[in-house]
Design a binder for this molecule. Structure first.
Ligand SMILES: Cc1cc2nc3c(=O)[nH]c(=O)nc-3n(C[C@H](O)[C@H](O)[C@H](O)COP(=O)(O)O)c2cc1C
Length: 153
């Protein structure tokens, strides 16, 4: 299995999740800005993660997914993840409604990976941070590692 985890991160939380996933799979982990086309050669597993900002992935992640050639992920098992704030903590009805309507980053990442030919190997997953900047909530690194390990079974 040649696995790659690609992420972006503003405050470092998504990077920590990406590293935990990489360790659990024995996968290479790269920040999106460091990815070169040759990194994608011969991949069997590709996992992409982003912080959720304004209900979406960050721009560099969206741009990366857009530039992947059509059909380039054929035969690759793919999954998307995000980090996100805990809406219940904010306790705002409007925000809860917006989240219901617009969601989080993981789902659109997964959709785009499949659009490029990938086969979804895991349901999209979100990992929680405290407040806006983190740190990660307790147990999220372990949950991320366990989520990723299911890809092997
Ligand atoms: C400008 C901004 C917008 C955000 N929008 C959302 C959002 O729509 N939904 C959400 O769950 N969290 C939101 N957050 C919280 C981020 O998801 C959180 O900062 C991120 O998970 C931290 O990951 P990072 O440390 O890798 O940057 C927002 C944070 C910022 C700074």
């Amino acid at each position: 299995m040649k696995a790659l985890v690609i992420y972006d991160s503003v405050f470092g939380n998504t990077e920590k999740i990406a590293q935990a996933i990489g360790t659990s799979l024995g996968a290479q982990v790269l920040r999106v800005g460091d990815v070169k086309p040759e990194h994608l050669n011969g991949l069997t597993v590709l996992i992409v993660g982003s912080p959720t900002q304004a209900f979406q992935p960050l721009k560099p992640i969206k741009a990366f997914l857009k530039t992947l050639p059509s059909g380039s992920l054929k035969g690759v098992r793919v999954a998307g993840f995000d980090t996100r704030a805990d809406v219940q903590e904010v306790n705002s009805r409007i925000l809860t409604l917006f989240v219901k309507l617009f969601g989080y980053a993981a789902e659109p990442i997964a959709v785009r990976l499949v659009k490029k030919g990938g086969t979804q190997a895991l349901p999209p997953a979100g990992f929680f941070v405290n407040g806006k900047e983190g740190p990660l909530k307790d147990g999220e690194l372990e949950r991320a590692a366990a989520w990723a390990r299911q890809i092997q079974s």
